[in-house]
Ligand binder design. Structure first.
Ligand code: NAP
Ligand code: GLV
Length: 306
């Protein structure tokens, strides 16, 4: 069995070593133009030339959860495209989002500023019931995040394409219930995949439907958010702030106004990192399953876009 590795921006050696040790007998190499046809590919942001040449692939394993960039390419029609299914990401995402929600709810930035000014002062405790959190996307990451927030006794609502039942989470589904979901939300968390249906989903019209003084946490993709609309709603006071991990252009260009807006906290696309050992173990298990003709989870539906 031949496995080709084509991951832009990723040091290949430790991946090759891990894949070789878990799949003894497999030939695992870094892709280069003109390389012989492989059976499976491990990819992140490969060039179109990769798929134009690797036309016999059975499995294409994306070393991330989001496949929006991959699905822009022309892929071999017979290949099964597989995304990372948690692989250590959901706990990181839960940490990041719970941190963001609690930091905002408990006004820790305000306390940090007070301490910086050598001021010992108390703020009136806020009512948790007045800060319902709405999680858009209740998949592998969103479900874990929503349930982690519920553990802190926040009222939690969630929204997905198909109807769900999650303990501690009031679930809404489909376009018909989107407005009700927004109206029930004060802290909005985005964990949707980027698809033609979800692009620009956080825009003036939708963000205006959130409860007054809302807070936005975007940990999915930058193109879900219309940047100017976020800035306008921060200026009007409808939104109290935002914590953003993903941007339309990454790295965020230095001239972008988000750098200078004090109500926005930015992090460099780090909320849930790909963990190498967990990812290799998952990919190897799925390569073996595909070779044996077994079904696997995490298969991407190219029509649905995730
Ligand atoms: P997932 O398991 O595929 O879950 C996606 C969820 O979104 C599902 O609940 C799905 O509904 C829902 N959804 C999709 N389209 C929808 C629509 N049009 N309307 C309503 N709901 C819709 O994905 P995941 O593993 O949780 O990952 C989510 C995203 O997080 C990834 O696509 C990626 O962009 C992002 N991500 C970011 C980072 C980071 O470091 N910032 C790391 C990893 C992932 P159904 O359940 O009904 O299908
Ligand atoms: C990261 O953004 C991922 O999609 O895994």
């Amino acid at each position: 069995m031949k496995i080709t590795f084509c991951c832009t921006g990723t040091k290949p050696e430790p991946w090759l070593a891990g894949l070789r040790s878990a799949l003894p007998g497999a030939e695992v190499t870094v892709w280069e133009a003109g390389a012989p046809a492989a059976d499976h590919a491990v990819v992140w942001a490969p060039p179109q030339q990769f798929f134009d040449e690797q036309v016999k692939l059975k499995g294409v394993f994306n070393i991330g959860a989001g496949v929006d960039a991959l699905l822009k390419l022309r892929l071999p029609p017979q290949a099964t495209v597989v995304r990372l299914d948690d692989a250590g990401m959901s706990v990181q995402m839960a940490e990041y989002v719970c941190h963001a929600v609690i930091r905002h709810f408990r006004e820790f930035d305000g306390y940090a500023a007070d301490i910086q000014a050598r001021t010992w002062s108390y703020r009136k405790p806020r009512e948790r019931a007045e800060f319902p959190v709405g999680v858009m996307g209740l998949g592998v990451l969103g479900a874990r995040v929503a349930q982690s927030l519920a553990q802190f006794d926040f009222p939690v609502v969630g929204w997905s394409r198909s109807a769900k039942e999650l303990m501690g989470v009031r679930c809404f589904a489909g376009a018909a219930q989107f407005d009700d979901f927004l109206a029930a939300t004060r802290i909005l968390v985005n964990l949707l995949p980027l698809t033609p249906e979800t692009r620009d989903i956080m825009r003036l019209e939708t963000l205006s439907r959130l409860q007054s003084g809302a807070y936005v946490i975007n940990v999915a993709r930058g193109a879900h958010l219309v940047d100017d609309d976020l800035l306008a709603l921060l200026a009007s006071g409808h939104l109290a702030g935002a914590m953003l991990d993903v941007f339309r252009t990454e790295p965020l260009p230095l001239e972008h106004p988000f750098w200078r807006e004090p109500k926005i906290t930015i992090t460099p696309h780090t909320s849930a990192r790909t963990l190498r050992d967990e990812s290799i173990a998952q990919i190897v298990g799925k390569v073996r399953a595909l070779e044996a003709g077994h079904a696997i989870v995490g298969v991407v539906d190219p029509v649905r876009g995730y």
